[in-house]
Design a protein around this ligand. Structure first.
Ligand code: DX5
Ligand code: ZN
Length: 217
């Protein structure tokens, strides 16, 4: 599968959200990554339903919603209603992960599970077949613009190996500190969805930055 690009609107200009989403519509972005932080699971609060609804209103591409929140089961339906195509929850926030994943699928959304940098890929051994997506965090979640953690490559290779026989269609997403200096290496390690916040929205020409991530060399 050719890899996908999912720019994170956390790094966009909220005063010009419509403009930035329209830029993504016209770019080579495949999905639009939406980071939800609750100030409990992570030490930061991002935004909630009203912003997701605005994103949905203008987006011509699927919303890839990343929930960095405790007890996400309470809000799955509302994120679906707000416009999520895929919903990713954190392994560390879900004591009944199998139930949570089923609830996401029952809503008709793609079901994803995110792993913090210290959480071993092996913890997904008994759920990998049921997932549409695994998100490997390559920074500690909570903030954009952090430094990429090098251990990510090893985790991607492990996940690729674990999933290849058992769930070959799995989306393997990497999130945090992704830019054109590591994109090719990430793809070679097994990633097939790249999330990028600052490397896209801080660029002089964000659509060109997306193009470079889509065609790395
Ligand atoms: C971090 C978020 C990321 C973030 C990525 O907690 O999950 O999606 O927006 O931002 P960059 O690409 O700037 O590291
Ligand atoms: Zn994210």
């Amino acid at each position: 599968m050719n890899h996908l690009i999912s720019p994170s609107i956390l790094a966009s200009d909220f005063g010009n959200l419509q403009r930035d989403i329209e830029m993504l519509n016209h770019s080579e972005a495949d999905w639009i990554h939406v980071d939800i932080m609750d100030g409990m699971f992570v030490p930061n609060i991002s935004f909630g339903f009203p912003i997701v609804e605005v994103a949905k209103k203008h987006a011509a591409k699927p919303l890839d919603v990343h929930l960095m929140i405790q007890d996400p089961d309470r809000y799955l339906e509302r994120f679906k209603e707000a416009g999520a195509s895929g919903i990713t929850v954190h392994f560390e926030a879900c004591p009944h992960l199998n139930r949570t994943v089923n609830a996401i699928k029952d809503l008709g959304c793609k079901a994803g599970v995110a792993l913090n940098p210290h959480t071993p890929v092996g913890f997904l051994e008994d759920i990998i077949e049921y997932l549409d997506l695994v998100l490997i965090m390559s920074v500690n979640p909570g903030f954009g613009g952090q430094k990429f953690i090098g251990n990510t490559y090893k985790k991607l290779r492990e996940l690729k190996k674990m999933s290849s026989g058992r769930n070959a269609k799995l989306f393997i997403e990497v999130d945090g500190g992704v830019d054109d200096s590591n994109s090719l290496k990430l793809i070679n390690a097994g990633a097939n969805v790249l999330v990028a916040g600052n490397s896209v929205f801080s660029a002089k020409d964000p659509a060109a930055a997306i193009r470079t991530l889509k065609h790395p060399h």
